[in-house]
Every structure is written in structure tokens, then in C-alpha cells.
Design a protein around this ligand. Structure first.
Ligand code: SDX
Length: 423
């Protein structure tokens, strides 16, 4: 914190407000004192509002920088695995070799679900969207562990983190299996985190599933790239839910619900739907025109970002991974990839996108990889939610382990003023 001040003059009032600096990034003006002057700030969409302090993730949108506890996402994607990133986000440091081995082992031993949880899946129609199932099942975890989570006990919070990290792949894969009518596959302790997920997604009791190491590595990298992203809509939802003292499973379920929207985590599914709708490179110009037409609600899914006004660093790693996976599967000429590459090239040259600094975001290439691996588009956001659970939990944990108040925004009211009911 610094002793810098901002002076706000409103009418004949001159109001001094403290200005704080972080270790990096923009300064913030503490506007909490405005309420004493009968004033609120107004910032729908929270475009320029910091709702908290955090040490977990830093994004520089202009430079296309993403740091998790100070480490660049490109280095983490290249040199660590998802569980090491989970440890980093949760504890603030990368694990030593011994800590990493212990953490991997702990997670491995929490991957099974209480067998009664199968009943929650059976209550859904087979054609239910897997995000609806995941939202319901994760919320239901509250009923299985609610009495074992004292949010003021650091050790109980840590055990809850382990349970969530370990069980989300099982829940995600079972959402898929349920929709196919195939039997649920139990986790295997001889496989690593990403291999186990692929086993539960594609394995059957009829034969041993042998995960392709290149595809498993690509999955693990996708998990890393989606792990956390500062105060995005779903993370802010988790923080707001957590500020009431709600239990962490319910808070994570609120994050899943928020992530589902096509403007947020639902974009990866929407990208594939868009590429399929475009269908052929000859139709690209029509869709670019639609994206620019203010009268048309169509947006180029996978493009643009509230914070990044440069390339999303995750999109670059995702694009390289897409080429690796498609080469491994002999799909270098995948028509979807061709359309995506052409779309990206046109958009990066088109004045409308250049002026608005609309670059491909994390969702633009992830869907192409997941589809190539054989994952249905309806499962894309489920995988995003599974990966982001550690980010949601880390922010919830950071908040509840410090001083916090219930979140309660105000409003600009422009409805009816007081009036009497006519007798
Ligand atoms: C994620 O916040 C996070 O960190 C999210 C995320 C994470 O990891 O948690 O990074 C994950 O959600 C990535 C974003 C995925 N969503 C999409 O790909 C959907 C398509 N993108 C847009 O809906 C949009 O870009 C947003 C939602 C991502 C950002 O919206 P903003 O910041 O509110 O920007 P805006 O809507 O005010 O757009 C600014 C201008 C507008 O035009 P003008 O009014 O200035 O003329 O850019 C235009 C918009 O119409 N615009 C687009 C566009 N995105 C913005 N025009 C066409 N196609 C697009 N994709």
C-alpha cells in the first residue's frame, strides 16, 4: 500500500481517496469512503473495478502476459504437470520432488466418488447437457462432506482441495459415460492424472484402455492452460458465494454455473459449433461480415477478451498443441483446423478486429484439440470446469483464510419513486 491520494471533486465537495499500488499492475483507488458522502461508483461489468487483493495470478493484457504465482504460463505448460500447477496455485510455491510425489499420491487416493453419488447421475435424462449434470453432482458433494468442512480450519480446507482436484475428472468422465449409456469406469491408480481421465472417458470394462502418451500430455497441458485466470466471471462468482460463508462445494458449483455461458467457458463449445456452421473456407467472409454487423448478435467465438488486448498467451501454446495432436492422429488436413487458421489470419488483418484488439483467446484452439481426441463438443466446458476447479478453490481459499466481508454491490436506481397503492 502507498500513501498516494486521488482527489475527487463532486459539486462543491472535494473528496480525498487513498491510492494503493500492488507489486505490479495498475494502481487502485480505494472508493470505500464514498458511501459516507452519499455516493456510489458505477461500473456495470466491473470493467475497471478491483474487488479484492490477490497473490495468485497476474495478467498483463497489453503485453499478453499470464503469471501464476510469478511463473509465466508458457514455462509452466512446458516444464510442469497439472498437479504441480495445482500445488503452486494452492500453496504459492512449486513443489519439491518429494512434495510433488506426495501430492500426486494424495490426489490418486481421493479419485473415487461415494458410491451413492451414482444415484445423482441416474436422476438426469440421458440427453441432459453434461454441464447440467456436473453442476448438480458437484453441488451434491456438499451433502456428502458438508459436516466435515469447517472453513476456518486450514487442514480441512486443504483436504477439501484434494477431494475436489481428485474427484472432478471422475465426475466429468462419468457425465460423458452417462450420456453414452456406457458403464462408469472407475479410476485406475496405475495411470497419471491425464491418462486416468482418458481411461475413464474412453475405456470400457471389455478391454484394458491404453492411453496415447501424446494425447495424455496434450490433455494435461489443456488442464494447465485452463487452471486459473485471475478474477474472471466464474472466479468472481465463487468469491462472492464464498463471502457469505457458504461451503466450498456449493461455491465451486456456482463457478461451474457461471462458466457455462457462451461468453465465458462455453466459448470453446461455441467455437466448434461456429466452425461447423461455417463449414467451408468459402463461407468465412460471410461470417466475418456478420461478426462486424452491429445488428447481428453473431460474434466470432474464440476471439476477444476483457483483459487481453494482445495475443492470449494460452492461445499460442494451445495452437502448438493442436498441431502436435493433429499430426499424431494424422489429421493435419483437418477441415476445421484449416477454417480456424484462415479465420485467424483474416481476423488478424481485418481493421474491425485490429482496431478492437480482438485476438484469439484460450478457447479458439482448445476445441479443435478436444474434438480430434474424440471428446464431444458438449464436454468441452466440462473439461474447462474440471481444470478451473483449482483456480476457483485457490481464490476461495485465499479469501476465507484472510479478512473478508460479504460481497454486496449497490446500484443506480431509476425505477418508480415511492407511491401509494390506490385504495
Ligand atoms: C474466457 O475473463 C477471463 O479471464 C475469461 C477466460 C478465463 O480463462 O477465465 O479467459 C475464459 O471466457 C475467454 C473468452 C471466451 N469468450 C468468447 O470467445 C466469446 C466471444 N468473445 C466476446 O463475447 C467478447 O470478446 C468477450 C466476452 C470475451 C469480452 O467482452 P467485453 O470485454 O465486454 O468486450 P465488448 O463486448 O465490450 O467488445 C468490445 C468491442 C465491441 O464492439 P464496439 O461496441 O466497440 O463496436 O469488440 C466487439 C464488441 O462488439 N467484439 C467482438 C467480439 N468480441 C468483442 N466482435 C466480434 N466478435 C467478437 N468475438
Amino acid at each position: 500500500m502507498t500513501d498516494k491520494k486521488a482527489t475527487l471533486s463532486v459539486g462543491d465537495k472535494s473528496i480525498e481517496l487513498p491510492v494503493y499500488s500492488g507489486t505490479t499492475g495498475p494502481d487502485v483507488i480505494d472508493v470505500r469512503g464514498l458511501v459516507q458522502h452519499g455516493l456510489f461508483t458505477y461500473d456495470p461489468g466491473f470493467v475497471s473495478t478491483a474487488a479484492c487483493e490477490s497473490k495468485i495470478t497476474y495478467i498483463d493484457g497489453d503485453k499478453g502476459v499470464l503469471l501464476h504465482r510469478g511463473y509465466p504460463i508458457e514455462q509452466l505448460a512446458e516444464q510442469t504437470d497439472y498437479l504441480e500447477v495445482c500445488y503452486l496455485l494452492l500453496h504459492g510455491e512449486l513443489p519439491t520432488a518429494a512434495e510433488s510425489a506426495r501430492f500426486h499420491d494424495t490426489i490418486k487416493n481421493h479419485t473415487m466418488l461415494h458410491d451413492q453419488m451414482r444415484n445423482f447421475f441416474n436422476g438426469f435424462r440421458r440427453d441432459a447437457h453434461p454441464m447440467a449434470i456436473m453442476c448438480g453432482v458437484v453441488g451434491a458433494l456438499s451433502a456428502f462432506y458438508h459436516d466435515q468442512i469447517d472453513i476456518n480450519d486450514a487442514r480441512q480446507r486443504e483436504i477439501t482441495a484434494h477431494r475436489l482436484i481428485a474427484k472432478m475428472p471422475t465426475i466429468a468422465a462419468w457425465c460423458h459415460k452417462y450420456s453414452t449409456g456406457q458403464p462408469f469406469m472407475y479410476p485406475r491408480n496405475d495411470l497419471n492424472y491425464a491418462e486416468n481421465f482418458l481411461h475413464m472417458m474412453f475405456g470400457t470394462p471389455c478391454e484394458e484402455y491404453k492411453p496415447n502418451p501424446i494425447l495424455a500430455k496434450a490433455m494435461d497441458r489443456i488442464f494447465i492452460l485452463h487452471a486459473d485466470h485471475e478474477q474472471n466471471a466464474s472466479t468472481s462468482t465463487v468469491r462472492l458465494a464464498g463471502s457469505t460463508g457458504a461451503n466450498p462445494f456449493a461455491c465451486i458449483a456456482s463457478g461451474i454455473a457461471a462458466l457455462w455461458g457462451p461468453a465465458h467457458g462455453g466459448a470453446n463449445e461455441a467455437v466448434l459449433d461456429m466452425l461447423e456452421e461455417i463449414g467451408d473456407e468459402s463461407n468465412i467472409d460471410t461470417f466475418i461480415a456478420k461478426a462486424k454487423d452491429k445488428e447481428d448478435p453473431f460474434r466470432l467465438m474464440g476471439f476477444g477478451h476483457r483483459v487481453y488486448k494482445n495475443f492470449d498467451p494460452r492461445a499460442k501454446v494451445m495452437r502448438e498443441t493442436a498441431h502436435e495432436v493433429l499430426a499424431e492422429l494424422g489429421l493435419e488436413n483437418d477441415p476445421m483446423l484449416k477454417i480456424a487458421q484462415r479465420l485467424e489470419q483474416i481476423a488478424l488483418e481485418d481493421e474491425y478486429f485490429v482496431k478492437r484488439k480482438l485476438y484469439p483467446n484460450v478457447d479458439f484452439y482448445s476445441g479443435i484439440i478436444l474434438k480430434a481426441i474424440g471428446i464431444p463438443t458438449s464436454m468441452f466446458t466440462v473439461i474447462f470446469a474440471m481444470s478451473r476447479t483449482i483456480g476457483w478453490f485457490s481464490h476461495w481459499n485465499e479469501m476465507v483464510s484472510g479478512d473478508y466481508r460479504i460481497g454486496r454491490p449497490r446500484q443506480l436506481y431509476n425505477g418508480e419513486i415511492s407511491r401509494d397503492v390506490a385504495k
